[in-house]
Design a protein around this ligand. Structure first.
Ligand SMILES: NC(=O)c1ccc[n+]([C@@H]2O[C@H](COP(=O)([O-])OP(=O)(O)OC[C@H]3O[C@@H](n4cnc5c(N)ncnc54)[C@H](O)[C@@H]3O)[C@@H](O)[C@H]2O)c1
Length: 410
């Protein structure tokens, strides 16, 4: 499949690029590199350049040249992830946000229409799309209620997709994503709160909770989100519309903080600051509606482990016994013999408790994966489990297949 990915250097975009390449597809990546995404995000993708299966163009999605780029790469599927993603920035500078997220989307739609792209998959914002609904988790039929410029611009993108579907027969699928976390997430700003907390704790910096800590989010792992993008790309062309991609579970900021602190082995409490304007108080997405039972998003403790391993690699602290300066004292985690990580100071193989402790932490539930509760829940959502209670559902869910043609539910 020939594909084009906007926002290809970003957190979700680069993870999607890697998966597409691993699965044998051809990828043209586009990004203006405005988010400061590290070059390492595309390191493995660049290895495919020699094969002719990967090319990267550093360009803004608002640039008029985009038309030629899309036409030349002649994609069968366009994945649109490029966006300004910070709600606070959208409140401070709504025009900047709209230029990127609305005008950029329109320019991409125009380029796609001219190049007769059949399918476009759009990263919509499930966390902000429904505002503050009366009941949670929100289904795709919950009324749209954007409460910030970012939310309004992302919903505008969905409406433009819908308009282009009606006018030109482009088949858009909008994936309303819950709060995504995982390796490569940028540790700045509210969007990456798991990484923000984790990397601050690992490097001994204070953590700040905005508001009283009771705000909730639905946390979904990046690999599951990437799977959803692939499902959407491979869905019958008659399938279009909006699909929630989340877990349905709410986790408060305080709970998230406590679980990461316990996992990392840090006892320092969070500092509290005033809640930020434009952010919704509670959000969770019902994944059992149009997208089917998104069982793949639950009970994968190894995913939290991977995220924290990466954070530990970025923000290492000296384990006990390290001869070079680094973080010590009450925050220094004891070693664990089974999970070595490399100490960046003395380059010796070290271990931290955080890695094993994370095996017991799930931001969405907090259950031990072997607990009867985890097994019951997995049974309820149809996820086959091993005797240890871990999910064995690794294959791609097929709930996009056999979806009747439908209009966007927005
Ligand atoms: N991360 C989440 O929790 C989450 C939740 C819901 C929706 N989304 C959506 O998913 C998409 C990807 O999010 P992410 O977390 O990977 O963010 P990210 O900031 O890591 O990636 C976005 C990428 O887009 C690029 N970009 C921004 N404006 C651009 C422009 N005008 N032209 C070209 N490139 C541009 C940035 O440089 C960045 O590399 C976004 O559309 C976001 O709205 C993310």
């Amino acid at each position: 499949m020939r594909t084009l990915v906007t926002g290809a250097a970003g957190f979700i975009g680069s993870t999607l690029v890697d998966r597409l390449l691993e699965e044998g597809h051809q990828v043209t990546g586009i990004d203006n590199l405005s988010a400061g995404s590290p070059a390492a995000n595309l390191e493995s993708a660049h290895r495919y350049q020699g094969t002719g299966r990967f090319s990267f163009v550093a360009v803004d999605v608002r640039n008029p040249e985009l038309s030629d780029i899309v036409a030349e790469s002649d994609p069968e599927v366009v994945f649109h992830l490029a966006a300004q993603i910070d709600v606070c920035r959208s409140v401070d500078d709504p025009q900047y946000d709209a230029r990127n997220n609305v005008l950029g989307t329109i320019n991409l739609l125009e380029a796609s229409r001219r190049a007769q792209v059949p399918r476009i998959v759009y990263a919509a914002s499930g966390g902000t799309r429904y505002g503050a609904p009366a009941t949670l988790p929100a289904t795709e039929d919950t009324p749209v209620d954007p409460l910030s410029p970012y939310a309004a611009a992302k919903v505008a993108g969905e409406f433009y997709m819908r308009a282009y579907a009606g006018m030109y027969g482009l088949a858009p699928i909008c994936l309303a994503l819950a709060k995504v976390y995982g390796p490569r997430q940028y540790p700045h700003g509210e969007p990456g709160v798991v990484t923000v907390f984790g990397s601050a704790m690992i490097s001994g910096r204070p953590t700040i909770v905005y508001g009283d800590g009771s705000a909730t989010r639905d946390y979904v792992y990046v690999d599951d989100v990437v799977t959803a993008f692939l499902c959407a790309a491979e869905a019958p062309i008659t399938t279009s519309g909006i699909f929630n991609i989340g877990t349905g579970a709410q986790t408060t900021v305080t709970e998230l903080h406590q679980r990461i602190a316990a996992a990392v082995g840090v006892s320092r409490p969070a500092d509290y600051a005033e809640a930020r304007t434009g952010e919704v108080h509670a959000s969770a997405l019902d994944p059992t509606g149009r997208a089917g039972n998104w069982a793949g998003t639950r009970h994968r403790p190894h995913r939290r482990r991977r995220t924290h391993r990466q954070m530990a690699a970025r923000h290492p602290r000296s384990p006990p016994g390290c001869t070079r300066p680094g973080l010590r004292g009450p925050n220094a985690a004891p070693h664990h013999p089974r999970h070595p990580v490399t100490c960046a100071y003395c380059r010796g193989a070290r271990t931290t408790r955080s890695v094993t402790a994370l095996a017991r932490v799930d931001p969405a539930r907090g259950d031990h994966p072997r607990s009867p509760a985890a097994r019951d829940s997995a049974r309820r959502c149809g996820t086959p489990t091993t005797r240890t209670g871990r999910s064995t559902a690794t294959s791609r869910p097929d709930h996009f297949v056999d979806q009747p043609p439908r209009a966007l539910g927005c």
